[in-house]
Design a protein around this ligand. Structure first.
Ligand SMILES: [Zn+2]
Ligand SMILES: [Zn+2]
Length: 121
């Protein structure tokens, strides 16, 4: 509750509100899901939403409402990932850059392009 992470979905603070079941809606699909029912194998908290959002994107090509992914893409190889929060996205980019010396683009959900180049010259 202390740090404002500029709207990004954080891993740890999602379940602060108590036992309330997380719901996700999608304007494009005109649907709403109760994650407790949709994903009862996943423990309550941020991971359910994350799991659902990634799954939804895989099936439909877009993310549900309120989910703004960080896109990490390597410029040199087909490697890339999408994350629902900044920290794992940056960690992936830095790890990949360090191991491969590739330049990795990290695209913020806001649309600001941010380039991580952790590789040595
Ligand atoms: Zn949808
Ligand atoms: Zn690469």
């Amino acid at each position: 509750m202390s740090a404002d992470r500029s709207g990004a979905v954080t891993d740890d603070s999602v379940s602060d509100g108590g036992p309330e079941a997380p719901t996700v809606s999608c304007a494009r699909c005109d649907r709403e899901w109760d994650l407790d029912r949709e994903l009862d194998a996943v423990p309550p908290g941020g991971h359910a939403i994350e799991q659902f959002a990634l799954d939804h994107e895989r099936h439909t090509g877009h993310y549900p409402d309120g989910v703004r992914p960080w896109t990490v893409r390597c410029r040199r190889c087909p490697d890339g990932e999408r994350f629902l929060s900044e920290r794992p996205a940056r960690r992936w980019a830095q790890t990949h850059a360090r191991h491969t010396r590739h330049t990795v683009d990290v695209e913020a959900p806001t649309g600001d392009d941010d380039v991580v180049t952790a590789a040595d010259e």
